[in-house]
Design a binder for this molecule. Structure first.
Ligand SMILES: C[S@@+](CC[C@H](N)C(=O)[O-])C[C@H]1O[C@@H](n2cnc3c(N)ncnc32)[C@H](O)[C@@H]1O
Length: 229
C-alpha cells in the first residue's frame, strides 16, 4: 500500500514575520499589532531613500525639532545616553552636528535597521536589542531618550509605554524623555497613537518619578515628556 505523504508543515507568512519577536516582550500588543509594527517599519525602510523617511518621519526638519526637544533633558556633553528606538541613528547624527560629545548607545528592535545605522555611522555604538527581555544593568546610563517609539497604535499603548518607560527609568540614573503625537493636533490616521497633554502628564506622574515636565509648541503634532528621577 502506498503511504500517503504527510504535508510538510510550513509556517504561514505571518508566523515567519514573527521570528524575531515574542508577544511577551510587547505588553499591550496583540499578535496583529506586532505583525503590523514589523510590516510598517519594514516597508518604510524599503520604500524610501532619505534616512528620516526610512524610519517614518515626514521630513528631516520634523525629526530634528524632536531631537532638539529631547536633547534639552539635561547637559548631554560627556553624559551616557541611551537612545531607545534609535532607528538609523539620527539622534547620534544630531549630536555630532552639534559637536556634542556624548557617550551614546543606540538600540532598536530590528537588526536590519541597526545594520543600516552602522553603515551610516560606523563610529557609533548600536545594538539590536529588546530591552524588556534584555535590559542593561540598573543605572547604566544618565539619560534614556525615545523619539517616535510610541507612534504606532496598538491594543493598549499606555500599557506598552508603562513597561518600556519603567525599564528605561531603571536603566538611567537621571531621567528619561520621550515624545508622542499630540491628540489635540487633529491627526486623522487611525493607525497612529495620540495622547492629550493632561493625560500624558498624569501618566508620567504615575511612574513614580520625582518630577515631570511637559514640552509642547516646538512642533504642532508633538508633545515631549521629561521624567526626572
Ligand atoms: C519613528 S522611528 C524613529 C527612529 C529614531 N528615533 C529617529 O527619530 O530617527 C521609531 C523606531 O523605534 C523602534 N522601536 C519601536 N518600539 C521599540 C522598542 N520597544 N524598543 C526599541 N525600539 C523600538 C522602531 O523599530 C523604529 O526604528
Amino acid at each position: 500500500m502506498r503511504r500517503m505523504k504527510r504535508p510538510v508543515k510550513r509556517p504561514s507568512a505571518p508566523e515567519q514575520l514573527h521570528l524575531h519577536f515574542h508577544l511577551k516582550d510587547f505588553p499591550g500588543f496583540s499578535a496583529k499589532d506586532l505583525l503590523g509594527l514589523e510590516r510598517y517599519y519594514r516597508s518604510q525602510l524599503k520604500g524610501h531613500q532619505a534616512p528620516e523617511k526610512r524610519v517614518g518621519w515626514n521630513s528631516a526638519q520634523s525629526q530634528r525639532v524632536r531631537f532638539e526637544a529631547l536633547a534639552s533633558v539635561g547637559p548631554l556633553k560627556g553624559a551616557q545616553v541611551l537612545d531607545i528606538g534609535c532607528g538609523l541613528g539620527g539622534f547620534w547624527g544630531y549630536l555630532k552636528g552639534k559637536r556634542l560629545k556624548a557617550d551614546y548607545t543606540g538600540v532598536d528592535l530590528f537588526p536590519n535597521v541597526i545594520r543600516e545605522a552602522r553603515k551610516l555611522y560606523p563610529e557609533a555604538r548600536f545594538e539590536a536589542r529588546r530591552l524588556l527581555s534584555r535590559p542593561f544593568r540598573s543605572g547604566r546610563f544618565d539619560y534614556a531618550l525615545l523619539s517616535g517609539v510610541f507612534n504606532v497604535k496598538v491594543k493598549d499603548n499606555w500599557r506598552y509605554m508603562r513597561a518600556v518607560l519603567s525599564s528605561a527609568l531603571r536603566q538611567s540614573r537621571k531621567a528619561a524623555a520621550f515624545n508622542v503625537l499630540n491628540a489635540e493636533a487633529g491627526i486623522r490616521e487611525k493607525d497612529r497613537f495620540t495622547a492629550h497633554s493632561k493625560e500624558l502628564v498624569a501618566f508620567g506622574k504615575s511612574l513614580g518619578v520625582s518630577r515631570v515636565h511637559l514640552m509642547d509648541h516646538y512642533h504642532h503634532l508633538d508633545l515631549t515628556l521629561f521624567l526626572y528621577k
